[in-house]
Design a protein around this ligand. Structure first.
Ligand code: PEP
Ligand code: MG
Length: 591
């Protein structure tokens, strides 16, 4: 019988295909029986090597954690666990006596140990099973090679099913191999969801138990419009969703025909509509989708998919390509925003609250050597087009001043080294924290422009982790506290004569667009694949109506009331399939 699960729609579209279980398969490894003494010897060696490799990786992380005491202690516990004589002896015994391969032996011992932990009464000790699981995962990964390798050798495309997906895993995947993504964790603005949208792959996140229920190879339907996933569908479901997929693709194709038309409201106001991109190659497609420049280039992914060596060169080539391709249109390059849900080896993933921790500009200023490579690359590439630099996670003007000083020093160094560079580009900031909103008058004198990061602004205003499925019902950019802050930012920018855009997910939300235009943003920057939809939406709105809706939203009492008020206006104007139905559910919750 089919299983129907409901989650959060993360990337629109419908896909049907076989399940590939990522990060879950380690628990379900194939049992390979050993036949000869040399096979046993080889498996014992593989096990010993995997332990050593894991130890090396953990020690490397620990070295970088000198300033994060708690994180360092945790990693040291993990290193100790690696030498646990019980685990080591048990795994070796299974290989020698039961004649099973190393990965099977590890998974079996791990399973037994975790069972024992689950039976412990003391809640603190029981919770330490997380550490055993974590170390076990690392050893398994070193034994099996990465699942990315398994994915890249697939003959036909799959639907990726996983408990969670690290953006660095998603970033390395080829879109040819992916039909869709379904995960237990994550929210619609988590970076895995953002990547799925940029790749145009239907995705549903926050499903809570899809990984547990899915079976490798079974047929899965992803309905990224309404946020549903169906495992092992019956004939009727298959027919219904094949039909829905056709209807959605037809509506999208019709809208895409208008890609060349300008983004203009029904009463003739031109709106700057630009693209959010994550990979430099996406720049080649921006024109095809009808975008005007780049409003947000998330540069973290360049580093997530490439080795640390040659960092400056990798960044330089990526920026040069995007700038040359889009010249003379503006390209807003956001400096590294690692941390939160995007990790590299040198960032402690063991922080209690990574979104409140070492993230974005904080890491850049604390670890200037990495940041300097990026800024050098930026200045070198700036002569190839219309570049702007944007800083994430700003909370105080001193952060902007520090970066400006660094840019001055770096440009002087490049000149001394005889390396060609462009002029220092305009330096702008993202408004992503209530601190930046309330202190905007202190930031604007130091900023050439601003762009509202509504994903983080919502997260930090409502104290709701954007990646947690347990509070995803509270993550709501239509909350009066968020809407009012957007109004404050836009009016302060207009007063100061500063350009203001918005590049969070809200900018492509059919119900948010009238409000954002009504407050007076200069630009909407949206995932490239959604540009045609957003252009269509802009074309049916009049600025006069948008102004009244925006004003009214400032006195409404809840997100439900705000949504309802906009829905009444737009319902007759957009194609129903594009105005995704999730809004209807949200309208009736919390009013
Ligand atoms: C945002 O926070 O709204 C934003 C655009 O940045 P990111 O989603 O990369 O955090
Ligand atoms: Mg952000």
């Amino acid at each position: 019988m089919s299983i129907r699960l409901r989650g959060t729609p993360a990337s629109p579209g419908v896909s049907i295909g076989p399940a590939f279980l990522l990060n879950v398969e380690e628990i379900r490894v194939q049992k390979r029986t050993l036949r000869t003494a040399s096979e046993v010897k080889c498996e014992l060696e593989r096990f010993a090597e995997a332990i050593e490799k894991t130890r090396g990786q953990l020690e490397q992380i620990s070295e970088h954690l000198s300033d994060v005491i708690e994180g360092k202690q945790l990693i040291e516990v993990h290193i100790l666990l690696l030498s646990d004589p019980f685990i080591i002896t048990e795994v070796r015994k299974q290989i020698k006596d039961d004649l099973v391969c190393a990965e099977y032996a590890v998974s079996k011992v791990l399973y037994d140990v975790l069972e024992r932990f689950n039976a412990i009464e003391d809640p603190y000790l029981r919770s330490r099973s997380v550490d055993v699981r974590d170390v076990g995962r690392r050893v398994m990964a070193n034994l099996l090679g990465t699942e990315k390798q398994a994915l890249s050798s697939l003959k036909s495309p799959v639907i990726l099913v996983s408990e969670d997906l690290d953006p660095s895993q998603t970033a390395g995947l080829s879109r040819k191999q992916l039909l869709g993504i379904a995960t237990d964790l994550g929210g619609s603005t988590s970076h895995t969801a953002i990547l799925a949208r940029s790749m145009g792959i239907p995705a549903v996140v926050a499903l809570k138990n899809v990984a547990e229920n899915a079976v490798p190879g079974q047929v899965v339907i992803i309905d990224g419009i309404h946020g549903e996933v169906i495992l092992d569908p019956d004939e009727d479901e298959l027919q219904y969703y094949s039909e829905l997929k056709k209807r959605y693709n037809t509506a999208e194709a019709e809208i895409a025909l208008n890609a060349d038309s300008p983004a203009v409201t029904a009463d003739g106001k031109a709106v700057e509509l630009s693209a959010n991109i994550e990979f430099s190659q996406e720049a080649d497609q921006v024109g095809r989708f009808g975008g005007h420049g780049i409003g947000l280039f998330r540069t973290e992914f360049i580093r997530l998919i490439s080795p640390e060596a040659e960092e400056e060169e990798m960044h330089f080539r990526a920026y040069r390509h995007v700038l040359q391709t889009l010249n003379p249109d503006p390209v807003i390059i956001r400096t590294l925003d690692l941390g939160g849900d995007k990790f590299l080896d040198f960032i402690p993933t063991v922080e209690r609250n990574p979104f409140l921790g070492w993230r974005g500009i904080r890491i850049c200023l604390d670890r200037p050597e990495k940041f300097i490579s990026q800024l050098r690359a930026l200045l070198r590439a700036a002569r190839f087009g219309n570049a702007r630099i944007m800083l994430p996670m700003i909370t105080g003007y001193d952060q902007i001043v520090q970066v400006r000083d660094m840019l001055d020093d770096i440009s002087a160094n490049l000149d001394r080294e005889g390396i060609p560079r462009g002029d220092i580009p305009p330096l702008g900031i993202m408004i992503e924290t209530p601190a930046a909103v309330l202190g905007i008058d202190l930031l604007l004198p130091h900023s050439a422009f601003v762009s509202i990061g509504s994903n983080d602004l919502t997260q930090y205003t409502l104290a709701v982790d954007r990646g947690s499925p347990y509070v995803s019902n509270l993550f709501d950019s239509f909350h009066p506290a968020v809407i009012r802050q957007i109004n404050i930012v836009v009016s302060k920018c207009r007063e100061a004569g500063k350009w203001v855009g918005i590049c969070g997910q809200m900018a492509s939300d059919p119900l948010a667009i009238p409000l954002l235009l009504g407050y007076g943003v200069n630009e909407l920057s949206v995932p490239m694949t959604l540009i045609p939809d957003v252009k269509e939406m802009i074309s049916v709105i009049s600025m006069k109506d948008a102004g009244s809706l925006a004003e009214k939203a400032l006195i409404l009492k809840s997100s439900g009331e705000i949504r309802r008020s906009v829905l009444d206006y737009v319902e007759s104007k957009y194609p129903e399939i594009i105005l995704d139905e999730i809004h209807r559910d949200e309208i009736y919750r919390g009013s």
